[in-house]
Design a protein around this ligand. Structure first.
Ligand SMILES: Cc1ncc(COP(=O)(O)O)c(C=O)c1O
Length: 396
């Protein structure tokens, strides 16, 4: 033990504008602080049913198998692969950033073959390449891709990719960790088969839960498995005994009860606002942030047609130490933005406008702080232009 007494942890005040987590609304924090009850208490079962109904709304789906996995987005990812992919299967995996690479890793760890369709970091998945890969491998079990690549800020065309998978007789596995709540994720309209998300991005809940939804086709594929699911904890044949329908639920694992109170509250808030209004808020804040950044002289790294409103990759000016800028933003303004990853490390910052962090105040505070720090480092920017440009985009 250290010499000093260990005191209760009191987190510093932060404005979270990185790649997630995003700011969590006091209503969600208050919900998580309510008294813990038993995970088989009838009142808790009622809450679980409401969470499922709210997730049906958020995912725009009627899929009966729709629920939160007890674990972060990575657990949702793993749940999709481990339930649907068996040793010896072939899966076409699209890689255009960090998270596509993790999908490949999941496939390979299951003893299956990952056929990688690669696109440059900063570009969307190319449907023509995917079509060719599916045509070249007619027995492929699934097509896996990331809808919103958080490592780059790129949106891929999920509707087209899901259609290509269906036409090829393959299941679609879609990463919607960063997209859900920020841009449309119409699961049934896409005909997507397995979709997972995360609580800490545009849903603005605390991290640690992963909403998932599976189509009847995916459920049939699970039922037709040759062997048992390779994970006990994530095996949906077992998990659904707890998260299934009807009043009778069997113990599988002790649910993260207070975390689920928080998810419920964040989904209630999304429903109150309305999906369309939430998407419009993200788009409006994105337009203002981009207007401000460009007026300052900081270009975005992704072409306008493929930009995610909730994750903005901004080019670091030549000669500027990007880590020093982030450190100063945090120390001086309590503002967190993200670093570039992989191929974009050192070259971009990632500015998140997710959930509760997608507000005009966040945009204006971020532009002001960034301009102040960059001016202090004699960066080649245009001072004084960003905030007026963002205000004009916001308020006309
Ligand atoms: C696109 C994407 N997929 C998966 C994950 C993994 O989620 P988690 O960190 O909650 O495990 C993330 C997290 O940033 C993500 O952005």
């Amino acid at each position: 033990m250290p010499d000093q007494p260990i005191r209760p942890f009191s987190p510093p005040t932060r404005m979270l504008m990185g790649p997630g987590p995003s700011d969590v609304h006091p209503r969600v924090l208050a919900a998580m602080a309510r008294p813990t009850i038993g995970h088989l208490d009838p009142a808790f079962i009622g809450l679980m049913d409401e969470i499922k109904a709210l997730l049906h709304y958020a995912f725009a789906t009627a899929n009966p198998l729709t629920m939160p996995v007890s674990g972060p987005g990575s657990a949702g990812m793993e749940a999709c692969f481990v339930n649907l992919v068996e040793p010896g299967d072939t899966v076409v995996v699209c890689v255009n950033g960090v998270f596509g690479g993790r999908m490949k890793e999941n496939v390979e760890r299951l003893g299956a073959t990952a056929l990688v369709v690669e696109d440059a970091w900063g570009d969307p998945v190319d449907p023509m390449k995917v079509k060719a890969a599916l045509a070249a491998h007619p027995g492929a079990k699934a097509l896996a891709f990331v809808h919103a690549e958080t490592s780059t800020g790129v949106e891929s065309d999920a509707a087209t990719l899901c259609r290509l998978a269906r036409e090829a007789g393959a299941l679609s596995i879609v990463d919607a960790v960063t997209s859900l709540g920020g841009i449309p994720v119409p699961v049934d309209e896409w005909g997507a088969d397995a979709v997972y998300s995360g609580s800490q991005k545009c849903l603005s809940c605390a991290p640690g839960l992963s909403p998932v939804t599976f189509s009847p086709r995916a459920v049939a594929a699970m039922a037709a498995r040759k062997g048992k699911c390779r994970s006990w904890f994530l095996d949906f044949a077992l998990v659904t005994a707890y998260w299934g329908s009807g009043a009778k639920r069997a113990y599988h694992h002790t649910a993260p009860i207070n975390a689920l109170y928080g998810l419920h509250e964040s989904l209630v808030m999304l429903h109150e606002e309305g999906l369309e209004a939430a998407w419009a808020r993200h788009a409006r804040c994105h337009a203002a942030l981009v207007a401000g950044l460009e007026a300052m002289g900081l270009p975005l790294a992704v072409a306008p047609a493929h930009r995610l409103p909730q994750l903005n990759s901004v080019r670091v000016p030549d000669g500027i130490d990007e880590g020093l800028v982030r450190a100063r933003l945090l120390e001086r303004f309590g503002l967190e933005i993200g670093a570039g990853l992989g191929a974009l490390a050192g070259k971009v910052w990632r500015i998140g406008l997710m959930g509760q962090s997608a507000t005009p105040s966040h945009v204006l505070a971020c532009l002001t702080a960034l301009e102040t720090v960059l001016s202090g480092l004699n960066a080649p920017i245009r001072p004084g232009a960003a905030v007026p440009a963002a205000n004009a985009a916001l308020f006309g």
